[in-house]
Design a protein around this ligand. Structure first.
Ligand code: NDP
Ligand code: MG
Length: 408
């Protein structure tokens, strides 16, 4: 069977890992990045469905207090705190329980390899999510993937390993969940293109003379979604949509020219698939990440919930327009790396992480972020077919180069 078909069959036919959660015992969940926006919403879904899910693993980087609170509330089996200095504090707070406590970057990978869970919710932000996710795939764990950077950095290797291990990667990102939902029942039908919708972020319609003065607080206000700081800035620069094009390329085995971005400020259509007979399927609903999170956790089933419903009778015009890639140059750069491939998406991602970090600390201005990424793309040696090691190296080189440039 061709690899493309294998991926499709896996994604649509497998009822992964655990026994059918609707009818049998609870699915055992590991949330990597449980204290973040996606992580806490995944816990909300679990809290509303205690018979369907149990919490096995929770991880945080710095937020020890919330991690401890979550571990107690959900009777977790294992917790990992990334910052090793906080190990003692977490251990002490959980001393009266059976919760196993680990700390540090390596522990994230070791825990990802444990047998105690069925489904990893990959909700760490940034490159840091790559290694634990790869480890989970190598250990045949199903993945509900929020951490898009994992696919941006090393999508070819990640998807190949998933196919080899017969591991489904179920998207959590709302656009990709939408496409995934549109593809259910379409296993053998050819996709002509996917249409990724983008809200346009808080600066839709603005021009560079405005953007140059934009401050962190302003950029952190997203019109439709409440999310972690990094993805909120990525949404304001449209880098998020660029990363999502690359994510879609790997998740659905598409050619770059099959991916189109359209601005849809109301965020009601979460994305669309156009098939070779010209038919277009869209997945719609109010913008609420809990739905794609829940769907990834219950796939291939749907379960009831009390989330607010979209009402077509209320006046609301749905509009669509082309993105302004002359102003939002990050999207142009991401499209370029989508086409060129190799280690360029990894370089773009690393430089972007450093640039966003610097912008959030008021070290560079909004438009400087694009310059940093562009210079890193020019500077780092192109590798057409990188190994995993070479991806790690490219990431490190691009980070160092960008940090030097900004004088971080
Ligand atoms: P947040 O910043 O809210 O949360 C990130 C989580 O990762 C936290 O638990 C954080 O711990 C942990 N973390 C941060 N840095 C590290 C590190 N170096 N090593 C290990 N863990 C770390 O992010 P979001 O929840 O917004 O986003 C998570 C991922 O999901 C991103 O890749 C994002 O692109 C994607 N996504 C998010 C959406 C959203 O609505 N938020 C929508 C679609 C995709 P601590 O709290 O202790 O810092
Ligand atoms: Mg998205």
């Amino acid at each position: 069977m061709k690899e493309k078909e294998q991926i499709k069959n896996l994604q649509s036919d497998l009822s992964f890992g655990a026994p059918d959660s609707n009818r049998e015992s609870a699915k055992r969940i590991a949330i990597f990045g449980s204290t973040g926006s996606i992580g806490t919403q995944a816990l909300d879904v679990i809290a509303a469905n205690p018979d369907k899910f149990s919490v096995e693993v929770l991880t945080a980087q710095n937020n020890d207090e919330l991690l401890v609170h979550q571990a107690l509330k959900f009777s977790a089996n294992v917790v990992v705190i990334g910052d090793e200095k906080k190990y003692g504090k977490v251990k002490e707070a959980l001393a009266a329980t059976d919760v196993k406590v680990f700390a540090g970057e390596k522990a994230l990978e070791e825990v990802a390899a444990m047998d105690c869970y069925d489904l990893m919710i990959a909700a760490i932000v940034g490159y840091a999510g790559l290694k634990p996710t790869l480890k989970a795939i190598s250990n045949n764990k199903a993945i509900a993937l929020a951490n898009k950077e994992t696919l941006v950095v090393a999508g070819d290797i990640v998807m190949r390993k998933a196919v080899e291990n017969r591991v489904p990667i179920i998207p959590v990102d709302s656009e990709h969940s939408a496409i995934f939902q549109c593809l259910v029942g379409e296993t053998r039908n050819k996709i002509e293109k996917v249409i990724l919708t983008a809200s346009g972020g808080p600066f839709l319609g603005r021009k560079p003379n405005y953007l140059v003065n934009v401050k962190r607080e302003h950029a952190l206000q997203h019109p439709n979604w409440t999310m972690g700081a990094k993805i909120t800035i990525d949404s304001a620069t449209l880098m998020n949509k660029g990363l999502e094009m690359i994510e879609a390329r790997w998740l659905f085995n598409l050619k770059p020219e099959q991916i189109q971005v359209v601005i849809h400020p109301q965020s009601i259509i979460h994305s669309m698939v156009q098939f070779e007979d010209s038919s277009i399927k869209a997945q719609m609903g109010l913008p609420d990440m809990k739905l794609p999170i829940q769907y990834a956790m219950t796939f291939p089933h749907r379960i009831p919930n009390t989330f607010p419903r979209y009402d077509f009778r209320k006046p609301n015009t749905l509009t669509f327009e082309d993105p302004d890639i002359k102003t939002f140059r990050n999207l142009a750069l991401a499209t370029e790396v989508l086409f060129k491939g190799g280690n360029l998406p990894c370089v773009l991602n690393a430089a972007n992480e450093i640039a966003v970090y610097a912008f959030l600390r008021n070290r560079i201005n909004f438009l400087d972020m694009t310059d940093v990424i562009e210079k890193a793309m020019e500077h780092i040696t192109f590798i057409e077919k990188p190994t995993l090691e070479e991806y790690f190296e490219s990431d490190g080189e691009a980070r160092n180069f960008s940090a030097d440039l900004i004088k971080l």
